[in-house]
Write a protein that binds this ligand. Structure first.
Ligand code: UDP
Length: 384
């Protein structure tokens, strides 16, 4: 099957990392078209997936943009759309992985007469997107897509609530290559030593630095946790959230936590770093569409605490395979941290159980098989 994948980002967020796993089985016949250059392109190349940057001109629409701003950017999109139309003729289908890719993919699908798949990695709610953005996404999907793959039931429900056609949707969770999440004890001890974490109870936070990812909630909770607890914040501001980064550094200073919080920036050795943690915290303040880091922590056999909203609730059963806390409640989070600190044997048993169930639910081979079945069915339907 020849697939033209489209993604607007040059940077590797969760949707882009998921795309790498989806594109891998098609690497001999697919192309990933990007609307920006950056380290995501390098990652695709390292995985031997053919990639082309289709434009380097930034598309001036943001998550909170108005209709006028959205329409204003249409003219800017025309050269890109015609390029995608030409490319699409060499492929069986167009697979849009982000919202701007959906808009471009929708028009390209119409002009090239190739079916369009939209992989929905977002929660189309007012918390995350302006009304205009929600309307554009839903209209493009309803009118032009033959299939919408939602990354969780939460994303699916929000799509339908925003006016999306439920008959188009299928829920497929992200898949993970299980062997990537096994670390050797020697390497784990080494990295703990390198990072000066020996003898500490380490809580890890793995996410780009952005207000809604709630790193500030963890810092606040840390101030209410035993003094032997240290936090590592892994991730960078991918989309210009510099003010928030400054705010986090200031918060650490104000709370006198300089010796207990380490900012590690963006890292590519997530499984090893997670394995070096005693607990992984997910603290999003708005509903998380899926929450890759939650599954990754489980696969690394580390206890996980997540904010109770959106996709996280489909991944974590409180007290069974992890902990759920109310979003934006640092005191609740501090209580869970303290429990995990005091009852390490009990939480290790929970983490062991989580690893077993997550390995069954999120194995990339099975997930890719689900996607292959859906795409084959779609091609059969659209060609008949
Ligand atoms: N991640 C990474 N390096 C970092 C921080 C995060 O590779 O420094 C990865 C993380 O392991 C996860 C992804 O980025 O696979 C984030 O996905 P998630 O669904 O948690 O959030 P999103 O970025 O999609 O909002």
């Amino acid at each position: 099957m020849k697939i033209l994948f489209l993604d607007q980002s040059g940077k590797p967020g969760g949707a882009e990392l998921c795309l790498i796993d989806i594109a891998k089985p098609y690497k001999d016949s697919c192309l990933v078209g990007l609307f920006a250059d950056g380290s995501f392109r390098n990652l695709l190349e390292q995985n031997h997936i053919r990639v082309q940057v289709l434009t380097t001109q930034a598309i001036q629409v943001r998550k909170e943009s108005s209709l006028a701003q959205g329409l204003g950017s249409l003219g800017q999109l025309i050269p890109l759309i015609s390029k995608v139309v030409q490319k699409a003729k060499e492929f069986d289908l167009i697979y849009a992985n982000t919202q701007k890719a959906l808009v471009v993919g929708a028009l390209a699908s119409f002009f090239s007469r190739r079916p369009l798949v939209y992989h929905l990695h977002d929660i189309l709610s007012p918390e995350h997107f302006s009304q205009t953005n929600r309307r554009i996404a839903v209209t493009c999907a309803n009118r032009f897509a033959s299939l919408v793959i939602a990354n969780s039931q939460a994303s699916q429900a929000a799509f339908v609530a925003a006016g999306g056609r439920s008959d188009l949707t299928e829920v497929v969770y992200n898949g993970f290559d299980l062997k990537n999440y096994q670390s050797h004890e020697f390497d784990v001890n080494k990295i703990r030593q390198e990072l000066g974490l020996e003898g500490q109870f380490v809580v890890g936070h793995f996410s780009r630095l952005a207000p809604w990812k709630g790193q500030h909630v963890l810092i606040e909770a840390l101030a209410q946790s035993p003094v032997d607890v240290t936090a590592i914040l892994v991730g960078d501001a991918l989309f210009g959230e510099q003010e928030y980064v400054q705010h986090l550094h200031q918060q650490v200073k104000t709370l006198g936590l300089e010796n207990r919080v380490k900012f590690l920036g963006f890292r590519s050795d997530i499984p090893l770093l997670m394995s070096a943690c005693d607990l992984v915290a997910h603290t999003s303040t708005a509903a998380e569409p899926f929450g890759r880091v939650i599954v990754e922590a489980m696969l690394c056999k580390r206890p996980v605490v997540a904010a109770k909203a959106g996709g996280a609730m489909e991944l974590v059963e409180n007290g069974i395979n992890g902990f759920l806390v109310t979003p934006e409640k640092p005191d609740e989070l501090a209580q869970v941290i303290t429990t995990c600190f005091k009852e390490q044997q009990k939480t290790a048993t929970m983490a062991h159980h989580a690893q077993m169930t997550a390995s069954q639910r999120f194995d990339v081979t099975a997930i890719n098989q689900q996607i292959a079945v859906l795409l084959n069915k779609l091609l059969l339907k659209t060609s008949s």
